[in-house]
Design a binder for this molecule. Structure first.
Ligand code: ATP
Ligand code: MG
Length: 191
């Protein structure tokens, strides 16, 4: 299996690149953000709980997220691999993902980290907020999301450096340009 984590700050383009990667390589796109927003739109109890964290810019608690991901992956047998977008977001989630993979004799193949400057992240998120209708794409929430990213999510870079899996990719620039930089790295793994 080819299991790719697409990693980066809020607004770094994980969703856009994740979707393109899943198409090109025939992988399952697992986006925890999309999954949570679907629950919010459906008005489920879980969706209401999730939105109470998301709208403030906080993360959903690890134990909740990890059990959701477990559920999601159990339903998808026999796939060629996964693109993880938005998961893991904490060290605890990274460890849980390794355990899940281990249990299936699989592993995370590579982690692509999209590098984008803070100013660009903020302007992308505010622009997206004008059309997305997302409760977290606004000036009040964006600062906390970035803080949460630096404090809770960014330490995962070291976690994956230690495993020899982290690849930094310039995430600024056009969508196609960024995509090409990512596929160059992945194609090398496939030879
Ligand atoms: P991008 O713009 O790069 O696609 P993003 O950070 O803007 O990414 P999502 O990944 O869609 O947005 O996540 C939106 C929100 O959903 C997060 O701020 C967080 O509250 C919640 N969330 C998503 N994934 C997780 C997770 N793995 N653990 C905890 N909370 C999560
Ligand atoms: Mg996203």
């Amino acid at each position: 299996m080819l299991n790719i984590i697409i990693f980066g700050a809020p607004g770094s383009g994980k969703g856009t690149q994740g979707e393109k990667l899943s198409q090109k390589y025939g992988l399952e796109h697992v986006s925890t953000g999309e999954m949570l927003r679907a629950e919010i739109d459906a008005g489920t109890e879980f969706g209401r709980l999730a939105d109470s964290y998301i709208s403030k810019g906080n993360l959903i608690p690890d134990e909740v997220m990890i059990s959701k991901l477990n559920e999601l992956m159990e339903k998808r047998n026999g796939v060629k691999g996964f693109i993880f977008d938005g998961f893991p977001r904490t060290i605890a989630q990274g460890e849980a993902l390794d355990t899940m993979m281990d249990n299936h004799d699989e592993k995370v193949t590579i982690v692509i980290s999209l590098e984008v400057e803070e100013e660009e992240l903020i302007s992308r998120i505010l622009k997206r907020g004008e059309i997305s209708g997302r409760s977290d794409d606004n000036r009040e929430t964006v600062e906390l999301r970035l803080k949460v990213y630096h404090e809770q999510t960014e330490p995962l870079k070291n976690f994956y450096i230690k495993q020899g899996k982290l690849e930094n990719v310039q995430g600024q620039g056009g969508v196609d340009e960024v995509f090409e930089n990512i596929t160059t790295i992945i194609d090398k793994l496939l030879i």
